[in-house]
Design a protein around this ligand. Structure first.
Ligand code: NAD
Length: 257
């Protein structure tokens, strides 16, 4: 690294550290903090996000495959995609950042997590109040008669044991479908009545969840590893990785106790 680049990196780090301190103070002052997470929260647990498509399975656009159109038009491809994603998840575990959010809930520092992630890593880390805006990939049902199916039935590509249709699917919200009403209504209510909304690891591209930050009733903060959401107002913007930023915030909050 050249001298100029070193200076630039040092300057950027100082800026980030100041922003992290600013966010720690907001968390401390807030009586109600809600967290909104996206796929970037899980990448450090080795679950790829949808943004960087280069390394994706069969070089396909995951957003096109994870759709209700693909379910109807190419069930085999849909089934294989979610089988791959389910199997991938078996090798993944929550990282320190997920555990920190669970600890903060326990300590009363945050009051709920609305997530676009289907991984259930927040719940696995111990978070109790989690609103799964896009469902989860660990439970399954029949798309035709809506009755539950087991993971084994899905992985073996069985027909539904009740109605006989080849229509088993994970209980996720596909592109082209509506979000679960309960999770959506609860998230909106919580976000509107919050003093602080922390948004972590989302490209803010997927509708309607990308409308949530604009509904915040109080201060807002954005943590992302790239420069995103420039058309949003955030009181604090932190460019960095979720695990590292949450760990630093946790250190500062512990010192403030
Ligand atoms: P996205 O892939 O569109 O965007 C992820 C964002 O997080 C990007 O801006 C990326 O730069 C950033 N990011 C990546 N790693 C990060 C890190 N370590 N720290 C901070 N930021 C990081 O994801 P989205 O906005 O959540 O929307 C994608 C859709 O795909 C959602 O519907 C979601 O349900 C689904 N999805 C979920 C998972 C999961 O459950 N983990 C994974 C992939 C996709």
């Amino acid at each position: 690294m050249k001298e100029n680049e070193n200076l630039e990196a040092a300057r950027e780090n100082t800026g980030v550290d100041d922003q992290i301190k600013e966010l720690a103070a907001l968390i401390k002052d807030s009586n109600k903090t809600i967290v909104l997470t996206g796929a970037g929260m899980d990448t450090e647990s080795n679950i790829p996000d949808f943004r960087s498509k280069d390394g994706w399975w069969r070089k396909m656009d995951p957003r096109a495959v994870a759709s209700i159109d693909t379910f109807y038009q190419n069930y085999d491809l849909f089934w294989e995609f979610y089988k791959m994603r389910y199997n991938l998840l078996q090798e993944c575990a929550p990282h320190r950042g997920h555990y920190i959010l669970a600890e903060w809930e326990e300590k009363g520092l945050i009051h709920g997590i609305a997530t676009q992630n289907i991984s259930r890593l927040h719940a696995l880390a111990g978070s109790k109040k989690v609103y799964e805006l896009h469902g989860n990939i660990r439970t399954f049902r029949c798309n035709h008669c809506h009755r539950d199916a087991s993971v084994e039935e899905y992985l073996e590509k069985k027909n539904c044991q009740y109605c006989g249709k080849k229509a088993l699917r994970p209980k996720v919200t596909l592109f082209g479908e509506s979000l679960p009403a309960d999770a959506w209504d609860n998230s909106i209510r919580e976000v509107q009545s919050s003093d602080l909304l922390m948004v972590i690891g989302t490209s803010l591209e997927v509708y309607p969840v990308n409308a949530i930050p604009k509904m915040a009733g109080g201060k807002t903060a954005f943590i992302n590893n790239e420069d995103r959401g420039r058309d949003y107002h955030f009181d604090v913007r932190i460019k960095g990785k979720a695990k590292e930023v949450l760990s630093k915030l946790d250190g500062i909050l512990n010192e403030m106790e």
